[in-house]
Design a protein around this ligand. Sequence first.
Ligand SMILES: *Cc1c(COP(=O)(O)O)cnc(C)c1O
Length: 389
Amino acid sequence: MKKKRNFETDAIRTQTERTQFLEHSVPLYLTSSFVFEDAEDMRASFAEEKVRNIYSRFSNPNCTEFVEKICQMEGAEDGVAFATGMAAVFSTFAALLKSGDHIVSARSVFGSTHTIYTKIFPKWNITTSYGDVNDIDAWEKLIQPNTKLIYAETPTNPGVDVIDLEKLGALAKKHNLLLIIDNCFATPYLQQPIKYGADLSIHSGTKFIDGQGRVLGGVTVGRADLIKEIYIFSRNTGPALSPFNAWVLSKSLETLSVRMDRHCENALKLAEFLEQNEKVGWVKYPFLKSHPQYEIAKKQMSKGGGVVAFELKGGIEAGRKFLDALKMLSLSANLGDTRTIATHPASTTHSKLSEEERLAAGITPGLVRISAGLENIEDIIADIKQAIG
Ligand SMILES: *Cc1c(COP(=O)(O)O)cnc(C)c1O
């Protein structure tokens, strides 16, 4: 799909046809299956001689509409919607990899993605080598004859490191490897990895795309030939997105740009506040000048995103005290919500990693991750200020 219109319009208007009721807003198609006109229609549909809905594990109008919007927003050819972000990550890997293949991945990835590498893929003889997010040039040495793909998140969860997409795109191209980017933290609004040579872009819809902490969902978009493989895997193994969740997520996309503008504005103000606070050891936010990859962030993201990482002087003890002293902020493992959320990754989302693995991925024991919500920034900062003490 070629980009002709602007992003905000692509997030709202699709080619999806109206029903006989001429509804303005796309209705919810809460149906597990669809009927055939006659025996010939049934045969031709299963033979895939026509594009139509058969069964909601295969496709459903709400999922199709959701995917169509994400494709428009990211400049992707096609996509598949999934029940969760992890279903999207796993199904994408499973559809494209075979026994004996090798992955080059950023060391710092979402905890469950890391667990797939360490606990699930070894059973199928799929191996992974880890690259340092601060030294992309060294990744070339990790490539083996059996390397199939390069995988990374940017910004990373939870350390909000930024990876140079242009460099990764060039590296993948040079070695004829697939490049897959988890674009969850940036959202399609702030960053479009396909522009930099990514073959596929993956999202957890659960985060900023829903943005209101209600439903789980995921999506993979990108090259049509790869999406075809991923679709066959999904259609037959069953990680499909529910029509209801697709409907919620598609509606949410319509407000993504205005919500992200505020998330980013609040996160930047919060990061600036933390940087000035003498009890804070360090703070990381892509659009802070002090961020090690500030220039790269400015190049590939239109704003800094909604997540800030920081550590208090006094490490883990000070961090625990801070979390217990919060009055308004939510303690939750989620992010990308209207409500500001504080998380301690070392004891929650990344607890399955060893201490050594965490440190190598930049997850220090006292690291606190804040997902800036849409409350008034003065109230967010007031709560954090009193909790820092
Ligand atoms: C949350 C998250 C996922 C997983 O998404 P779910 O919807 O929870 O399965 C994957 N990648 C990143 C970067 C995430 O933050």
